[in-house]
Design a protein around this ligand. Structure first.
Ligand code: ADP
Ligand code: MG
Ligand code: MG
Length: 246
């Protein structure tokens, strides 16, 4: 589904990704772990097509199409979802408005008809219930005044509504208490555990992986994947540290 081959990328002329190679097949969840500054977020931004992250070599394909050739909105329409460590607040725009716009923009790009207000609310209610999120919260402005846990829950609802085939989640577990962690873990499992979907789960700690069991674990250090293994690798990293393993 996603093939990253010998990817090189830099920020402000500073090389960050230095020959990263990784393949993710449909039906798989891959965890990427690694020390601070390794380039994990840079990888997520490069996959999302964020401005300022310059690809200087290598290739990325999503379902056979050249991902690096697409605008961020084309990547979203192609089924990619990005979840971030620090979700943005959008004063003056409700979650419901924001999500309906986002969904209908993607549907439009795929040649599908937009959902009416009623159809959208039905879908939003269903997804909010799945994540035990109060619909009242979805009527509030995007992330404004939300706690860390509420922002993550909202992000999971967003993921449920957009229903991507490929999700990149960058430290979506940071700052969560145990209950919120479980909600996020359940959300990822419920929304993304499917034969035609895949996830790249970037995390600093092992604990989210107690809820979302990855098929593969990779260690990213100094801009490359240096070690790969199964779920047991995450346990080893937790007990022995990155330096011993990478
Ligand atoms: P991680 O997510 O693994 O902690 P990042 O991808 O955030 O790592 O950062 C990788 C490296 O890129 C770090 O050395 C960081 O200082 C550097 N970096 C990240 N963002 C910028 C930026 N906007 N300008 C310059 N350097 C940056
Ligand atoms: Mg970091
Ligand atoms: Mg990071």
């Amino acid at each position: 589904m996603l093939h990253i081959n010998d990817l090189h990328a830099e920020i402000d002329g500073k090389p960050i990704l230095k020959g990263l190679t990784l393949s993710v097949n449909a039906g798989e969840i891959h965890a990427i772990m690694g020390p601070n500054g390794a380039g994990k977020s840079t990888l997520a931004y490069v996959l999302g097509g964020r401005l300022g992250y310059e690809v200087t070599g290598g290739s990325v394909t999503l379902n056979g199409a050249d991902l690096l050739d697409m605008d961020p909105h084309e990547r979203a329409a192609a089924g990619m979802f990005l979840g971030f460590q620090y979700p943005v607040e959008i004063p003056g725009v409700s979650n419901v408005q924001f999500l309906r716009e986002a969904l209908n923009a993607q549907r439009g790009a795929r040649g599908e008809t937009p959902l009416s207000g009623g159809e959208f609310l039905k879908l939003a209610r269903e997804k909010a219930a799945l994540l035990r999120m109060d619909m009242e919260m979805l009527k509030r402005n995007v992330n404004v005044g939300f706690s860390g846990g509420e922002k993550k829950r909202a992000e999971m609802v967003q993921m449920g509504i957009l229903d991507p085939s490929f999700a990149v989640l960058d430290e979506t577990d940071s700052g969560l208490d145990i209950d919120a962690l479980r909600v996020v873990g359940d959300g990822i499992n419920t929304i993304m555990r499917a034969p035609h979907k895949a996830v790249l789960l970037i995390t600093h700690y092992q604990r989210l992986l107690d809820y979302v069991r990855p098929d593969f674990v990779h260690v990213l250090a100094a801009g490359r994947i240096v070690t790969s293994g199964g779920p047991e690798l995450a346990q080893r990293l937790e007990s022995e540290g990155y330096e011993a393993v990478a």
